[in-house]
Design a protein around this ligand. Structure first.
Ligand SMILES: Nc1ncnc2c1ncn2[C@@H]1O[C@H](COP(=O)(O)OP(=O)(O)O)[C@@H](O)[C@H]1O
Ligand SMILES: [Mg+2]
Length: 291
């Protein structure tokens, strides 16, 4: 991250995109029982100098309230693009999408989601607390409430006591936890996470997977989580969406019913191994189709 602009300007697109625009009310079809995300025949083609890139084709996806949905597929299969369409950061070429029963644009205005990127994208000159509360600052939330919420969410991601530190004083895993606290601090119903632990070593990643599962259990948030790790997808999700490349399509959707309080040892069980096998088959099928 190389900030070149004025200190309070976004260091990169990621951080500014992480801050949905403020609005008074959060209307929610989800609250009325409808799906949180629903896409029908969603397609997206990028027009490039080298010709069209067919990123997504005919995506039918339903995310229900309280789901933990993983999108898994090989690099370049359109996972990030799909997440960005949900977040109103890309426009589909064809098909329909609703988030909380409204357009992604409307959902963004209603602060329906928080977005966590692969890189934590924290401002190096701000303390952890002031990074976490940046969206609240932009929304005009008074300082006392900002501090209270920062304390609550830092505690939730096990960073109590690090509020006054700067990002560079924290490990990669801690920085990523701070970025999760930032995405949670304005209490969105939906958390969009794009390979948030992809850059971390396996031991840290395992630990964060356990913490994220615990957070999902305690908050009841709806999560859409992008990964290319089979084990991460199977461990975390109740619904695994297997995508195939060129153009990104849904090859398989696997619903699981694992115990909510599972720990990492659950990965040794037959139930886990069976689902991981089916995911692997789905990924292989997608690649075979492509030949
Ligand atoms: N802004 C863009 N312009 C042109 N092509 C793009 C753009 N964004 C992504 N792509 C292409 O779309 C495809 C899907 O990309 P992406 O969604 O980033 O895949 P993934 O996240 O699964 O690795 C890739 O072929 C990628 O090169
Ligand atoms: Mg991606």
């Amino acid at each position: 991250m190389t900030p070149t602009a004025a200190p309070e300007a976004a260091p990169d697109a990621a951080a500014s995109e992480a801050v949905p625009a403020p609005s008074a009310a959060r209307a929610s079809a989800a609250a009325g029982g409808g799906p949180v995300v629903r896409t029908q025949k969603l397609s997206l083609t990028f027009q490039t100098a080298d010709g069209p890139v067919y990123a997504l084709s005919g995506i039918d996806l339903t995310v229900e309230e309280g789901d933990f949905v993983s999108l898994i597929g090989p690099s370049g299969c359109g996972k990030t693009t799909l997440l960005r369409v949900i977040a109103d950061l890309e426009q589909p070429t064809d098909g329909d999408i609703q988030v909380n029963g409204v357009t992604p644009h409307q959902a963004r205005l209603e602060r329906a989601y928080g977005y966590v990127f692969q890189a934590a994208a924290l401002y190096p000159w701000r303390t952890i607390e002031r990074n976490v509360t940046l969206p609240l600052e932009i929304m005009g939330v008074p300082q006392a409430e900002r501090r209270a919420r920062a304390a609550a969410y830092l505690e939730m991601v096990n960073l109590a006591g690090f509020a006054r530190k700067y990002p560079w004083q924290l490990s990669g895993g801690m920085q990523q936890r701070a970025s999760i606290a930032r995405a949670l601090c304005f209490d969105p119903d939906l958390l969009l996470m794009d390979e948030p632990f992809g850059a971390l070593d396996e031991i840290v990643r395992d630990h964060l997977n356990e913490q994220l599962l615990n957070l999902w259990n305690t908050t009841g948030k709806t999560v859409v989580f992008v990964t290319h790790s089979i084990s991460e997808a199977v461990f975390l999700s109740n619904k695994i969406v297997v995508m195939s490349p060129r153009p990104g399509r849904i090859a398989d959707v696997i619903e699981t019913d694992f115990p909510p309080d599972r720990d990492l040892d659950f990965r040794e069980t037959q139930a886990f191994i069976d689902v991981a096998h089916r995911v692997r088959m789905g990924l292989r099928q997608g690649i075979a189709d492509d030949d």
